[in-house]
Ligand binder design. Structure first.
Ligand SMILES: NC(=O)C1=CN([C@@H]2O[C@H](COP(=O)(O)OP(=O)(O)OC[C@H]3O[C@@H](n4cnc5c(N)ncnc54)[C@H](O)[C@@H]3O)[C@@H](O)[C@H]2O)C=CC1
Ligand SMILES: O=C(O)C(=O)[C@H](O)COP(=O)(O)O
Length: 385
């Protein structure tokens, strides 16, 4: 069997070596020619895959080690009889840690408490529901918007217009859809962006086109009260430098880039391939993934609870580092091509980042006297399950 795979998928040899020949390629270079004799194609989000691309090749299984599937022509692949698998929820924890780090940073910059803000979550699936759980555990008021779930009769959802009217923070966690009753392309268009409450914090770590980037640039040029964090960009890997300059936080599509999230993605696709081939899945993530080291707890007993929590969350993940790296890259890039390559390089060479069990951290921070021990345990067990 010949497997062609994106070179940025970790643990490929360990999980898939036994199946046959492995060819690794940069995701953006995978095309019809490079899969001419492949049986299996494994991608991440940067490779667009359609039935036309696979036509005339032996490929019968396409796996994406990502949550998002907007780079795959699902209907066309299904009609062509190609099996498709994705990795639901694989890096959802990492995205939640990203959003919390944005909230901490915005609170510091605006000298306000993020816990007092009403947080609107648009899209309440794997990521959005985890984010809601963590925020609610912290006593933060949330408003949830998910029309597809509301239409299925599930209670507790608000309309997007209600979020715009009532929320101080809006965080987007929807899939990118280009049409249909719940289209998310330009969900935040010029009209909705202009109507955000004064001082709103807007975070987009879903897909770039969910927020109309041209309209956002226009709004930010007129309104300095908004604090915006963009992890995803409408024309990735190209970032509009003027837009990045007006964003309070700008990062290169790394919200979910924990090692744990990437390893889970590979493991989920390995399991799906085993099901497709009707062979037992003998490898487990627990056998192959490195253990996470214990976090170092720097807060002394008696530290005020808020401060303890801030220190703990900063230890888990600090978005300011990723923001600084993207800005340095943009400042150094001498052309659009250099900027595109720089964006991809930041993602390929991403530093080691481990996930944590946030609910344990929150518990620890409310009891500083036992925090050191509990947080260390949180880091240890916050690995790959
Ligand atoms: N920046 C990053 O590194 C990452 C980005 N993502 C993106 O985040 C997206 C969401 O991830 P998950 O929560 O795991 O997906 P999910 O599929 O579990 O949940 C998405 C939710 O959005 C809802 N939804 C669909 N259309 C909507 C609309 N018009 N308005 C409000 N809600 C709507 C769905 O009903 C569903 O409950 C992914 O599709 C992916 O594009 C995911 C992981 C990492
Ligand atoms: O899982 C998703 O969906 C994501 O957005 C991934 O974090 C994107 O990672 P790459 O596939 O672009 O490496």
């Amino acid at each position: 069997m010949h497997i062609v795979a994106d070179e940025n998928i970790p643990l490929l040899d360990e999980f898939l070596g036994e199946f046959g020949r492995l060819t690794r390629l940069p995701g953006r270079l995978i095309d019809h020619t490079s899969i001419a004799d492949a049986d299996v194609l494994l991608v991440r989000s940067v490779t667009r895959v359609s039935a036309e691309m696979l036509a005339g090749t032996p490929v019968r299984f396409v796996g994406t080690c990502t949550i998002g599937t907007d780079h795959l022509d699902l209907a066309g692949l299904d009609a062509a009889g190609i099996e498709v698998a994705s990795a639901p929820g694989c890096n959802a924890r990492g995205v939640v840690e990203y959003v919390l780090s944005c909230l901490l940073t915005f609170a510091e910059r605006s000298a306000s408490r993020w816990q007092d803000r009403v947080v609107g979550i648009v899209g309440v699936g794997e990521v959005g529901s985890r984010l809601a759980t963590v925020l609610q555990a912290l006593g933060v008021k949330t408003l949830l918007c998910d029309p597809p779930r509301a239409e299925r009769g599930e209670p507790g959802f608000a309309d997007i217009e209600e979020l715009i009217r009532h929320c101080d923070v809006i965080s987007c966690h929807v899939p990118l859809t280009m049409d249909g009753p719940h289209q998310t392309r330009h969900l935040f268009d010029g009209s909705r962006l202009a109507r955000l409450r004064p001082g709103t914090w807007l975070i987009n770590s879903s897909r770039g086109p969910v927020v109309d980037n041209t309209a956002l640039l226009d709004v930010l040029q007129r309104r300095s009260d908004l604090l915006v964090a963009l992890d995803v960009w409408e024309h990735e890997p190209l970032v509009t430098p003027e837009l990045a300059a007006l964003c309070a936080l700008a990062t290169p599509h790394i919200a979910g880039y924990s090692l744990d999230g990437k390893l889970r993605g590979t493991a989920q696709i390995y399991q799906a391939l085993c099901r497709f081939l009707d062979v037992p899945a003998t490898m487990t993530l627990e056998q192959l993934a490195p253990r996470s080291g214990a976090g170092e707890w720097l807060v002394e007993p008696g530290t005020p609870e808020d401060w303890a929590l801030t220190r703990a969350l900063r230890l888990v993940y600090d978005v300011r580092d990723d923001d600084a790296r993207l800005r340095a890259m943009l400042a150094a890039a001498s052309s659009e091509q250099a900027s595109r390559e720089g964006f991809d390089r930041l993602r390929k060479d991403y530093p080691l980042r481990r996930e944590c069990n946030l609910l344990r951290v929150i518990t620890a921070a409310s009891e500083p006297q036992v925090a050191r021990r509990v947080l260390a345990a949180g880091f240890d067990s916050g690995g790959v399950e």
